[in-house]
Design a protein around this ligand. Sequence first.
Ligand code: KG4
Ligand code: ZN
Length: 347
Amino acid sequence: MRVLGIETSCDETGCGIVDESGAILAHLVASQVDVHAVYGGVVPEIAARAHLENLGPLVDQTLRDADLDLSAIDLIAYTRGPGLVGALLVGATYSQALAKSLGIPCRGLHHLEGHLGSALLTEPDLKPPFVVLVASGGHTELLLAQEGFRYRLLGRTRDDAAGEAFDKSGKLLGLGYPAGPVLARWAQKGNRKAVAFPRALLDRPDNLEFSFSGLKTAVSRVVQTHSTGWIEENRADLCAGVEEAIVDVLVKRAGQAIEVTQSEAVVVVGGVAANLRLREKLQEKGRQQGFRAVFAKPSLCGDNGVMLAAIGMQRAKAGIWPENQTVQATMPWDGLEPPFVYPKGNG
Ligand code: KG4
Ligand code: ZN
């Protein structure tokens, strides 16, 4: 069995093929970063048009890379949300039309569950329950993954997402777009203790919420109260301070989630999972606290089609599918149950 995965939720057109053993037969991403960079952010209308242009040729090339033709595909899995509606509609319409012409099933899946699917390719034997730490440009949340693709929310951000905190701080520090990975590169050359930035809500162990908007305000205050020359001279230290603050919060909260749910693993998903400092510190925390920290391969941390193929394959094997197939800008995880109830006395 082979699943073709299609991702068009934001500014990357992704296409990938995964087989039953979890092997990646092809993985291609057409990035639109350059197209949007001139506007300093993603322009939804332009993204949708670019997906429409890219998708057909990308699917053809993916099949050529895998040395397969369309008759070898048994299922198509695409992102149905959350994301930019125009962009999602391109992927959904394309996928459904292609599947119909081939007479095969087609399923729309949750983008973040797709990220989880790609991380699980590195640990195929990992069985629920485990903690999922989502850290992307639009989301930061902790969930408990349970048997049967059922999820319980443990906590989420009250304001900005972790990736957004990287991007906005980087932008304030003059790093352009997308600033997250650039900030991380600068941070590697800086002193992590030179500038201390806030780590919000960590004194609240009775919930697992995040807040990153204060960090952005703190960075903006530094920028307003110092000269451009000083910012440039101290850019590496400032970036290191920002990265350390975000990573500390994510690691601390992940450790608390493990404790409260008594899980043995945390799977980190979303673009921020590519952050090397996060990988290093969470793995270290796992060694100390006795849990496994699971990450997707760096090449699969960004948005891609393999991740949809991966989660599509897992769901196909279990025969469990979400009912709703409508494209949605915002949507809860499929299989989301009422929030986790904290044990009495926690905190
Ligand atoms: O999951 P993703 O590719 O897109 C969605 O938001 O769905 O995540 C993108 C986010 C951006 O905010 C980007 O700045 C951040 O992931 N990111 C990073 C790194 N690579 C990507 N943040 C910190 N360090 C990185 N190495
Ligand atoms: Zn994503």
